[in-house]
Ligand binder design. Structure first.
Ligand SMILES: [Zn+2]
Length: 181
């Protein structure tokens, strides 16, 4: 199963990681089972923020309330690895509480931030394919919006044809041609 992420959200997560370095950035992810559509950054409340991350419970609660209010689902957690690859560390695996949550890790080890998605529990670490949505408007209902676009074009053509018909009907009748005496 692949999960998609809105490009703007991926960009936001990478920017958060860059601005928090050398500390780890962290936050929560919201959307649907197939698509990450929002990331909410949270402060890293860890005592050693350059090596691990921890959510402040109150800030986490506020973020989850905002997700609920937006009628989205809490689907995962993200954090950054300023110096190491985007692979769950032993601490990440130890801290993974709920394997139904996705774990997104952004690594700043290379010049270009690298994002990787995982499903982690204490007994297994599974990579999940992550696909970027370049058009952030392409959502769950892309087929519906495509249908709407077609409907708008058909309606436009129909109204032009109707105007033409009305214009033709309103033309004065052609003069009768009488043969010259
Ligand atoms: Zn980590």
């Amino acid at each position: 199963m692949a999960v998609r992420i809105a490009y703007a959200v991926a960009r936001q997560i990478a920017d958060h990681a860059l601005s928090a370095a050398p500390n780890e950035a962290c936050g929560v992810l919201a959307g649907t089972r197939e698509r990450i559509s929002r990331a909410i950054p949270l402060d890293n409340a860890s005592d050693a923020p350059d090596r691990q991350f921890r959510f402040d419970p109150n800030a986490q609660l506020q973020a989850l309330k905002a997700i609920d209010a937006a009628e989205l689902r809490w689907i995962g957690v993200y954090h950054s690895h300023p110096q190491s690859p985007p692979i769950p560390s032993p601490e990440d695996i130890e801290a993974a509480m709920d394997s139904s949550l996705l774990q997104l890790i952004v690594s700043l080890e290379t010049a270009k931030p690298k994002l990787k998605l995982w499903r982690v529990d204490r007994s297994s670490v599974t990579p999940i394919a992550l696909m970027f949505d370049t058009d952030s408007d392409v959502g769950i209902d892309d087929r519906l919006s495509q249908f709407k676009r077609v409907a708008i074009v058909i309606a436009a053509i129909a109204s032009v044809l109707l105007m033409l018909a009305v214009a033709l009907a309103l033309l004065p009748p052609a003069p009768e041609i009488t043969p010259a005496p």
